[in-house]
Design a binder for this molecule. Structure first.
Ligand code: HEM
Length: 221
């Protein structure tokens, strides 16, 4: 079989991925160190990246779009059933099982960031929307914000383990393409259509503006 190298992940997907990883560590460290000013800034940055990733999943590069990588649950189970089979990688995006994992990670990250907006530590640190929300909602959001983090860590552990299993069981290198963007695939696999950098910049700006708007909501209260 002959292979060629094609660009599978655009810079936006890769930058988004690794920035979220760094910011998750920053958020954890700043919460532990009680530097809530930095913790909130890190949370706003994560929320911006998540909003951007949702928009990129609708309007961005072909293989980054949700409809490209979200198949039926049956397809996901069939994919997992083939885990022990050694065959060349033919994916230009997430495979059917990986797509659901991506959705879970994004949902848990979004839950973490949104509950942070409503959280109150009962001392002096409040998310920008905590003053506007009823007490029961603030209590609920604060408790989810603490507990969801452990679910998120569990999902990240499964995610990293899955990348390792694909490498060991199938010799599929998923990590390299998430770093440099390029994958070695059979010649009959066509390269995905990548969206323009200008669109990425515009959607990132829009996401940042929305998050900035949310942080401003506390003014006057
Ligand atoms: C905080 C930790 C992490 C989070 C929240 C996270 C989340 C995600 C998300 C949301 C995606 C989908 C990317 C997209 O379509 O935009 C993804 C893909 C990916 N992640 Fe992570 N990730 C984390 C850590 C890691 C680490 C440490 C590795 C290294 C082993 C890794 C390797 C990958 C790879 C290789 C893919 C692409 C998988 C594929 O080709 O289907 N991730 N990750």
């Amino acid at each position: 079989m002959t292979f060629h190298y094609i660009k599978v992940w655009d810079g936006w997907v890769r930058l988004n991925h690794w920035l979220i990883l760094v910011l998750m560590i920053v958020s954890f460290a700043t919460a532990k160190a009680h530097r809530m000013d930095w913790h909130m800034l890190s949370g706003y940055a994560i929320l911006t990246l998540l909003l951007f990733r949702l928009l990129w999943g609708l309007f961005g590069s072909e293989n980054a779009r949700f409809r490209h990588f979200l198949g039926s649950p049956g397809a996901a189970f069939r994919q997992l059933g083939k885990l022990g089979r050694r065959e060349p990688d033919t994916e230009v995006g997430h495979n059917a099982a990986g797509g659901w994992m991506v959705l879970l990670l994004l949902a848990l990250l979004l839950t973490q960031a949104v509950t942070g907006l409503f959280s109150y530590d009962q001392i002096f640190s409040r998310g920008p929307l905590a003053r506007r929300a009823p007490e029961w909602l603030v209590d609920l959001a604060s408790s989810i914000h603490v507990q969801n983090f452990y679910w998120l860590l569990g999902a990240v552990a499964v995610h990293v383990l899955a990348v390792g299993v694909y490498f060991v069981a199938k010799s599929h290198d998923l990590l390299g393409p998430m770093i440099h963007g390029v994958k070695k695939l059979p010649v009959d696999v066509a390269a995905p259509r990548l969206a323009s950098p200008a669109l990425g910049l515009g959607l990132l700006g829009l996401s940042a503006a929305i998050v900035w708007g949310i942080t401003r909501l506390r003014i006057g209260l």
